[in-house]
Design a binder for this molecule. Structure first.
Ligand code: ARG
Length: 458
C-alpha cells in the first residue's frame, strides 16, 4: 500500500508505478535523507511537537537503517517509489507509531529539496579537493620546467617561444577560476529549504533557523514557494562543471596533439595509454579522448535541466524529479575525469629536446629580431618590415635567423651588431619577456607562488 493511498480506490497500474518511481536513481541520497530527518526530528522535539521518547526512537532507528543500507541489507524496489518513502517505511516497520510521526510538519517537496542541496554541497567540496590535487600536479610540472623552451602557438602556427611551465600554468589559472566558481555556487545555495513544507510551510510552530543551523546552512530560504521550487543551484553547478570540463577537454586536446608523431613533445606512461587490436605499434591517448568526449555529455546534462525547468509554474512539479539524473551524471563524470588526470600527468615523459628543436624552426624569434632593431632606434613598423624580408630570405635558403652571418644581416640593416645573436637566442627571448604574467622564469615563479598561496587557503 502506498503511503499516499488514502484517497485512492484502486491500486496503481504496475507500469505507472515503475514510471513514477525514482528510487533506482535517488537511492544514493540516503545518507542526506537520514541526516535531514534527524535534524527535522530534533527540531520537532525542541519545539514540543514530538516527545523526547519518540525522537530518540526515530534517531536510533534512522541510524540503524543507515548501517543496514551501507551493509547492502536493503533491497530498493520500485514499490517504495522513492528514497524518502522507503526510509520512512523502513523506520515505521522498525519502530512503529513513532516512525509515523516523523513526517509531521514536512512534505516530500521540502525533503527532496533539502536532500539534493546536501548532496550537491558535499560533492562541490569533493570536486574542489580533486581540482586541488590536479592543480598541485600542474604546479610540480611547472616548477621543474621553468626553462623548458617550447613553441607557443596562435592559430596552431608557431608564434613565439615560451616555456612548458608557462603553458602548464595557464591551465592552473583555469582551475583556480573553477575552484572560485564552485565556491560561489556553494555560498549562494547555502540556505535550507527544510520547513517550506509542500509550498506554504506549516501550521506547527517549527523553528527553521534551528534545523538550518543544525545542518550547516547559513539560514533558511526566505520564501517557502521558492524554497521547494528553486533548482538554480543545480543549474549553477552544471554550468560550473561544464566550464571545468571545457578546460579539461582543452588540456586533453593539447596532450593528444603533443603525443602525436607530428609533435612528440610528450609520451604517456604505458599505464595511462591504450593499444590497438590490429595495429601493433599503436599507443593511444584514450584517457584524454574520453575526457574530451565526456565534456559533451556534461554540456548535455546542463542543457537537459535548463530545458526541464524553463516552463514550470510554481511550486513543485514532478518534472523536477528529472534534476537528479542530470546532476548525478555530471558529478560522476567530472569526478571520474578528475581522478585519472593527476596521475597521468605525473607519469608522462617530456621530450624537452623535441620541444626545443620545434621552437627553433618557424622563426619564433622574429618578433625579438624586430624588437632588437626597434630598441636600437628604428621605428617598430620599419623593423617589422625588415625582419619580414629577412624571414623571406631565410625561407628561400632554408635557414633560420640565427644561422645568418652578421654580414648578411647588416645587408638588411646596418643597425645589426654582434649582440643580435644574444637577443634572438630562444632562452633569452623568454627571459626578456619579464613582464607580470609573462613567460620569463622569474614571472612564472611568481605565478607559481600565487597559485600555491591560493590553494593553501582553499
Ligand atoms: N521523488 C520525488 C522527486 O524526486 C520526491 C518529491 C515528490 N513530491 C511529490 N509531491 N510528488 O522529486
Amino acid at each position: 500500500m502506498k503511503m499516499w493511498a488514502g484517497r485512492f480506490q484502486s491500486e496503481t497500474n504496475a507500469l505507472v508505478n515503475d514510471f513514477n518511481a525514482s528510487i533506482h536513481f535517488d537511492q544514493r541520497l540516503y545518507p542526506y535523507d537520514i541526516q535531514g530527518s534527524i535534524a527535522h526530528s530534533q527540531m520537532l522535539q525542541k519545539q514540543g511537537i514530538l516527545s523526547e521518547e519518540d525522537q530518540k526512537q526515530i534517531e536510533q532507528g534512522l541510524l540503524e537503517i543507515l548501517d543496514e543500507i551501507q551493509e547492502g541489507k536493503i533491497e530498493f524496489t520500485s514499490e517504495y517509489e522513492d528514497i524518502h518513502m522507503c526510509i520512512e517505511q523502513l523506520l515505521t516497520e522498525k519502530i512503529g507509531a513513532a516512525g509515523k510521526r516523523l513526517h509531521t510538519a514536512r512534505s516530500r517537496n521540502d525533503q527532496v529539496a533539502l536532500d539534493m542541496r546536501l548532496f550537491v554541497k558535499d560533492h562541490i567540496q569533493k570536486i574542489q579537493s580533486q581540482i586541488i590535487v590536479l592543480s598541485q600536479e600542474l604546479l610540480s610540472l611547472a616548477k621543474s620546467n621553468l626553462t623548458t623552451i617550447m613553441p607557443g602557438y596562435t592559430h596552431l602556427q608557431r608564434a613565439q617561444p615560451i616555456t612548458f611551465a608557462h603553458t602548464i600554468m595557464a591551465y592552473a589559472q583555469m582551475l583556480r577560476r573553477d575552484l572560485i566558481r564552485l565556491s560561489n555556487t556553494y555560498s549562494l545555495m547555502n540556505e535550507s529549504p527544510l520547513g517550506s513544507g509542500a509550498l506554504a510551510t506549516t501550521t506547527y510552530p517549527i523553528d527553521r533557523f534551528y534545523s538550518a543551523a543544525f545542518l550547516g546552512f547559513d539560514k533558511p530560504t526566505s520564501n517557502s514557494i521558492d524554497g521547494v521550487s528553486d533548482r538554480d543551484y543545480c543549474l549553477e553547478l552544471l554550468s560550473d562543471l561544464s566550464i571545468l570540463m571545457m578546460h579539461l577537454s582543452r588540456f586533453s586536446e593539447e596532450i593528444i596533439a603533443w603525443c602525436s608523431w607530428e609533435f612528440k613533445f610528450i609520451e604517456l606512461d604505458d599505464a595511462y595509454a591504450t593499444g590497438s587490436s590490429i595495429m601493433p605499434q599503436k599507443k593511444n591517448p584514450d584517457i584524454c579522448e574520453l575526457v574530451r568526449g565526456k565534456t559533451g555529455r556534461v554540456y548535455g546534462d546542463m542543457m537537459a535541466l535548463f530545458t526541464t525547468l524553463k516552463g514550470l509554474p510554481l511550486a513543485y512539479n514532478k518534472d523536477m524529479q528529472e534534476d537528479k539524473e542530470s546532476v548525478f551524471d555530471a558529478i560522476d563524470t567530472v569526478e571520474m575525469c578528475l581522478s585519472v588526470l593527476p596521475k597521468m600527468c605525473q607519469t608522462m615523459t617530456l621530450y624537452t629536446n623535441t620541444m626545443y628543436q620545434a621552437a627553433k624552426k618557424g622563426f619564433l624569434n622574429a618578433t625579438d629580431c624586430a624588437d632588437y632593431l626597434t630598441k636600437k632606434g628604428l621605428p617598430f613598423r620599419d623593423a617589422y618590415k625588415i625582419t619580414g624580408q629577412i624571414v623571406a630570405f631565410c625561407n628561400e635558403k632554408g635557414a633560420s635567423l640565427d644561422e645568418l652571418s652578421l654580414q648578411t644581416l647588416k645587408e638588411f640593416h646596418p643597425l645589426f651588431e654582434e649582440d643580435v645573436f644574444e637577443a634572438i637566442d630562444l632562452l633569452n627571448c623568454v627571459k626578456q619577456r619579464n613582464v607580470y604574467g609573462g613567460p620569463s622564469p622569474e614571472q612564472v615563479e611568481i605565478q607559481i607562488e600565487e597559485i600555491t598561496r591560493f590553494l593553501a587557503k582553499m
